[in-house]
Unconditional design. Structure first.
Length: 215
């Protein structure tokens, strides 16, 4: 599968099979009936097909498939169901949505394209194209503000973006000196705006158009 492709029916099928098996195992362990919860096994099967379709559709938009070494449908068959059990509510699959897709992708440590609609950590740097500058590199990074002490901290992998102690993460552009010190330049709400400014400061600088983040 390549980026921007349409949903893969094989991947949808494998997601559904994986979720069916994992939910059935969980049902046996908890002594709860999937049939009772979903008004019959046909209702349960409809829900797992919907969940599989939602996730696969989301994945085609956000997963960097060229950075995967696994065969996507087989990987989903092996891992998707267990991931759903770990991070989603298999007893309320009707509420499964795109936020659950992100949680599952992070749980599976999938490579994701950074996008402003995804609240995920980012740190990407590029060498300065100008000689004689105080900065040898520029860095674009997600940070967040602590509501109590006003300190700005990096927003990194494993952090909860909805932590009430912090404001929502934002992007910051910094210059990096030869000594490795970071000097703040500006804050941004979008990656494109950050790249636009740094390109004016250092024409030809090589920042990726769509950076890939390991979830």
């Amino acid at each position: 599968m390549t980026e921007n492709s349409t949903s893969d029916p094989a991947a949808i099928f494998c997601c559904a099979v994986s979720l069916r098996d994992a939910a059935t195992e969980q049902s046996r362990a908890s002594c709860l009936s999937l049939s009772d919860v979903y008004s019959g096994m046909d209702g349960f099967l409809r829900e797992i097909m919907r969940v599989a379709t939602v996730f696969e559709t989301w994945a085609t938009q956000h997963v960097a498939f060229d950075h995967l070494v696994e065969v996507w449908p087989y990987f989903m068959e092996d891992r998707f169901g267990d991931a759903c059990v770990d991070v989603a509510d298999i007893w309320a699959l009707a509420s499964f949505n795109e936020m659950d897709c992100l949680f599952i992708a992070q749980h599976l440590q999938l490579p994701l394209y950074y996008g402003d609609v995804l609240i995920i950590p980012l740190e990407v740097s590029a060498r300065n194209t100008l000689n004689g500058s105080d900065f040898v590199e520029f860095s674009i990074q997600t940070v967040r503000l602590h509501r109590t002490d006003g300190e700005v901290e990096p927003f990194i992998r494993g952090d909860n973006p909805w932590d009430e102690d912090y404001e929502l993460p934002r992007l910051t552009l910094c210059g990096i000196t030869t000594e490795g010190q970071r000097e703040h330049i500006a804050n941004f709400t979008t990656y494109r705006d950050a790249v636009s400014l740094v390109t004016k400061l250092a024409p030809g600088i090589d920042f990726p158009e769509r950076p890939v983040v390991m979830a």
